[in-house]
Write a protein that binds this ligand. Sequence first.
Ligand code: AMP
Length: 200
Amino acid sequence: MNIVIFGPPGAGKGTQSKFIVNKFNLHQLSTGDLLRNEIKNKTQLGSEISSIINSGELVSDKIVGNLIEKFISNNTYKNKIIFDGYPRTLIQAKDLDDLLKKYKQKIDIVLKLSVSLETVKKRILERQTKEKRTDDNEEIAIKRYKTYEKSSKQVIDYYQHSNLLKVVNGEARISEINSEISGLIDAIKGWLWRIWTYKY
Ligand code: AMP
């Protein structure tokens, strides 16, 4: 099963992805982590994208598309991916469908974590002291939230139309979010299993 986890910065996508990875034996694909690794390793790509990331804007659809294809095309991860922070634009959502189709896969569920701007600010400031991310300060947090608001509606509509979207209250306690997400994934797994047994 492939899962997309969607939401603004500070919504808890990373925390919930790690929980899902452990519970359902999946692999986390965080485009933010992949991009930060490029910067950390001082690659050519890293030097091109660092100012974009530090300004709270989005890196081009083409760059992130290339990064995720390396992952999707790897058989180790086949049908076992949780996409964390991808897609973020309508073009990326369509690119993801095309790429998954190319490698004979699909998305089974899209989990949207909803949180307010106030919560985002609070969580990002907490994270800033722990992780020391260069794009985590209040000003850039607001910019990143606005960037999210600008491009997210089309992505949400896209997944609503394909009946994949499930909205989760990201303001709840971590344990409550964990159990809500588990229930949603278990339900999809049960449904996929019934389809599979019906076919074979
Ligand atoms: P994240 O760790 O997901 O919050 O991402 C950190 C930053 O990396 C974002 O603010 C963007 O600049 C960049 N980034 C991560 N994922 C994407 C994506 N799917 N498309 C474009 N830019 C991205």
